[in-house]
Design a protein around this ligand. Structure first.
Ligand SMILES: NC(=O)c1ccc[n+]([C@@H]2O[C@H](COP(=O)([O-])OP(=O)(O)OC[C@H]3O[C@@H](n4cnc5c(N)ncnc54)[C@H](O)[C@@H]3O)[C@@H](O)[C@H]2O)c1
Length: 363
């Protein structure tokens, strides 16, 4: 059994609290805003999961207990993640799970975090839960059957109305980080699950890491917001795979989908209220596996993965700090490519800060 401290009593804080309780873990939730703590106890948690759980302890962030936690989860807005993670390392938990996106596109303190994580031995996970899903595992299992790989596509296209339905206390993107790409919002940050899933599949295809990014973004800029509503990326990897990612906050109904196209077949993955994997290999008929799940299942799978890595029963850490940093490099490269009109190269030998990104003129 683990003792868990969750920073942020918002939407994800509640999901992680509930998933932790279902794992039988002790939970303490902290928030800067007393109204968020009250909302958690009186509204979000009971409305989502049936009833409030009296064993969950709630604290104002200023009075939050320090140390003695096995796991610390950071479920606050992206522009606070890095500082809170650096502080959390000092408490010496076994692990920290930081929500996606790991940081802002400025990539502040990324190298320092990587160094401190290595030195301290605190395992850091980044909350891209879709890559530890049964659907992602199934898609990867089928890869050997579809021949050599031609291309890879992933799209997370979803109007963000659903997010505001889950946050009725917000009037719109202007009230939160979502309305500001520089704070980690917009399509590029909010739906960076798509970039992350593309990278996960590329790694498992043997294509390696993303080395080239050419992107086109459409921003919405006014007195009260500055975010990208559409983020289109063309990606190439170190082993020559070429493919595409699309993320937007305007598409409805939502389409969260990926395709691995091989010479002898394909695998499609669709993420939704139930996940689906559809494939065809050689001359065999198409097959489909539907993975029934509830929203809490997404986070239980994620916490099982974290526990498995810590306990040595799981060896492939798809939500490692490195994976989360790799995704942020691509998000940052996307904004850079759009603003310069050039292709951006990623040089991993330069670490995880903006120093790893350079532009080249696209012919
Ligand atoms: N993996 C997923 O599927 C998923 C789902 C939802 C949200 N998220 C991510 O989780 C993060 C939070 O999103 P959300 O929708 O829960 O936001 P939210 O606005 O609902 O909640 C964030 C909470 O953090 C609190 N907070 C801010 N700074 C704090 C601090 N220093 N200490 C303690 N509390 C602090 C705020 O008061 C707020 O209550 C974002 O990065 C988002 O992208 C991920």
């Amino acid at each position: 059994m683990y003792n868990v401290k969750i920073l942020g009593a918002g939407s994800i804080g509640n999901h992680l609290a509930n998933a932790s309780r279902r794992m039988g873990w002790n939970v303490t939730i902290c928030d800067l805003d007393p109204a968020a703590l009250q909302r958690t106890r009186d509204e979000i948690y009971p409305m989502r999961y049936g009833q409030w759980d009296d064993s969950i302890q709630l604290f104002n962030a200023s009075d939050a207990p320090r140390c003695g936690f096995d796991l610390i989860f950071i479920g606050t807005p992206p522009d606070s993640h890095m500082n809170l993670t650096l502080e959390a390392i000092k408490e010496k938990p076994k692990a920290i799970l930081v929500e996606k996106p790991l940081c802002t596109p400025a990539l502040e303190n990324t190298d320092e975090l990587y160094r401190l994580a290595e030195e301290s031995g605190v395992k850091i996970f980044v909350g891209y839960n879709h890559v530890v899903s049964a659907a992602a595992d199934k898609a990867i299992e089928i890869i050997p059957e579809i021949g050599s790989i031609e291309t890879l596509d992933v799209e997370f296209r979803e109007h963000w109305g659903g997010i505001f339905t889950a946050h009725p206390w917000l009037d719109g993107p202007q009230d939160t980080y979502l309305g500001f790409w520089q704070k980690g919002g917009g399509a590029s940050g909010e739906h960076s699950h798509a970039i992350n899933l593309w990278q996960h599949l590329a790694r498992n295809l043997g294509a390696g890491r993303v080395t080239e990014v050419t992107a086109s973004l459409e921003y919405v800029k006014s007195d009260v917001v500055d975010y990208d509503k559409l983020c289109l990326l063309n990606l190439s990897t170190e082993n020559g795979l070429v493919g595409r990612v699309v993320q937007d906050v305007v598409t409805r109904p939502a389409r969260k989908w990926g395709r691995i196209q091989g010479k002898d077949g394909f695998v499609d993955i669709t993420i939704g209220s139930e996940d689906r994997v559809l494939w065809q290999a050689g001359n065999n008929p198409q097959e489909e596996q539907v993975i029934k799940k509830t929203r809490p299942d997404d986070f239980i799978a994620e916490l099982k993965h974290v526990a498995g890595i810590l306990e040595g029963t799981q060896d492939n850490n798809a939500i490692s700090l490195e994976c989360g940093l790799d995704t942020m490099l691509v998000v940052a490269a996307a904004h850079m490519s759009n603003s310069t009109g050039q292709k951006v190269l990623i040089d991993y030998s330069k670490g995880f800060s903006a120093a790893a990104l350079t532009t080249v003129q696209t012919p």
